[in-house]
Design a protein around this ligand. Sequence first.
Ligand SMILES: *Cc1c(COP(=O)(O)O)cnc(C)c1O
Length: 489
Amino acid sequence: MPSAVPSSPHTAVVPAAATAFRSAIDVVRDVEPRVADAIGAEVEDQRASLKLIASENYASPAVLLTMGNWFSDKYAEGTVGRRFYAGCRNVDTVEALAAEHARELFGAEHAYVQPHSGIDANLVAYWAILSQRVEGPALRRAGVRNVNDLTDGDWAELRRELGDQRLLGMSLDAGGHLTHGFRPNLSGKMFDQRSYGTDPGTGLLDYDALRATAREFRPLVLVAGYSAYPRLVNFRLMREIADEVGATLMVDMAHFAGLVAGKVLTGDFDPVPHAQIVTSTTHKSLRGPRGGLVLCDAELAEHVDRGCPMVLGGPLPHVMAAKAVALAEARRPEFRDYAQRVVDNARALAEGLLRRGVRLVTGGTDNHLVLLDVSGSGLTGRQAEAALLDSGVVTNRNAVPQDPNGAWYTSGVRIGTPALTTRGLGPAEMDEIADLITTVLAATAPTDPGTGRESRARYVLDPQARDAVAKRAADLLTDFPLYPGLDLV
Ligand SMILES: *Cc1c(COP(=O)(O)O)cnc(C)c1O
């Protein structure tokens, strides 16, 4: 398999698609030209930027075009074949197709494709678990089938019980996600939460400490999954720990679903055979439309299927249709090549950075992302992120374990390869990118060190280095056109 492909077949635009996009923008321009202009400008921005944001990607023209149609007008509360609205046969077709592709692709017993985003998928999963493990037993105790049939006293008791459950998730600074029980998110208000983290020496997940916390805390839900952990997670071991303490294992694969779909993460590292319930986004490494999905064991299926109206409003049929298209793309053999290249590229990028003296959390990567610790350059993550952006390199700052600068300024920068891999860049380009990043970091210095909080945002960047890097970044991208064949101006 070639390590680099000359252009990006995934984003290539056939003439019919180019005409469709152009015509659509013309139609919009007749109503509100500023929106039409913004759409055109967005394509140009995406073409011009070296996108290293680990959670972003480029969807195919087929996925994008599937979202703009009459499915958007349809209400379809309920599930396939059991709707609260008439006239849903075509929505049934696309929802059933998306679910079938998801089940087949991931080898899951059940798939629910209605969540509008990753955060919604997690809420559906939490309430499905609460429904199965807390509400169901309460209804059986009371001898009724429906919460509406509970006495006021039993209902008050059930509401207290639902609000009194425990969740154990990965800490934010180890790479966990806000929706894993943190107070600013609804999940943190619903659950009594505790965190597990990584070993301060190695930066790797500390399963022994996790097991000890689980034994003591006895959570109802053990959540695995991350947004900023650059290594593999052993989901077989996670399930063992969950079983030992009577927890339901939920894995949030929002970030790495594409690596699971592309069979790069297999065996102990594939969450689907090990977790009772798995949630995901569809727009990150999976390369589909913005959205979410839930996979689960058969026993949880009826609870998950009540996501609407429990948590969600009416489904977005136009997005479910686009999920079906994206999941069909992910079932093609080319997607496995893509997923492997994503990981190969991340490794090349990590090696290039290490060779140039950058400190990486855990010392490298096994997946699609790399977490730089920039504190050695005397910079905060915020300063590094801004200096890189000035130079045409788009990343995002991220906390590192035990981050002395907190979650706002941070000491880290997170970079990922899914988007640039879709564009066709390979290991040689990753080495060049490592050089661009280290050049910017070396040319950036904090201003007024030690004079208050805002000093953690201010920096000076040598303008010559900035312009040179911006030029090299632009040159790098000219060989890898994004949406070639699409001319909007
Ligand atoms: C991105 C992400 C989410 C949220 O996805 P949205 O579609 O933005 O709601 C949830 N969990 C994890 C681990 C993520 O990385």
